[in-house]
Design a protein. Sequence first.
Length: 187
Amino acid sequence: MGKIKNHDILIHIQSSSLTDLISAFDTKAQAHTDLQKITAFSGSFDKNHKPTFSKDEYGKPIPGSKTESRGAEAQARVCTEMKELCEIINQYGKSPCKGLLPPELQCATKVISFGELFTIYTVISDKLVGILLRTRKYHLTYFEGEVLFQKRDDDVPVFLMQSIADIRTYCDNKALQARRSVSPMPN
């Protein structure tokens, strides 16, 4: 065997790592090209491509994508806004007269009129009605009607349906769950 010089070893190591880098780049480039073929908004979209996915995957972003990450963060922000709205109802609302309430509202802890809530909450956010609908969906609040409108529904009572401690715990857990649902490495 001939004598191997340090210079030869160094060149072999450098070319090996360079080959690995080129290979990794080519793999990443091919993955990007394949993704562009199935992305409807790219210039390389293949109209003949028929996507296949399960019921669970339909309408959901690609795991690990920035879209998935942004969606989870938005959901966490909504949970925070729901908690803030309930905090305001708890702070400014009055204790309801339990004797006058129907059985389904007996667990209500606070009540405030929509008009008063609108006046207080508009300083904080312009999304009161949407957040109020979301809190009702999760049984944190209750009000009659589909949607409440300023002026028309100012006298409609909005009930807080759980203790504020339970609401804080629920919203904090829901926000944490949303953040944890994201795949670990967004692209």
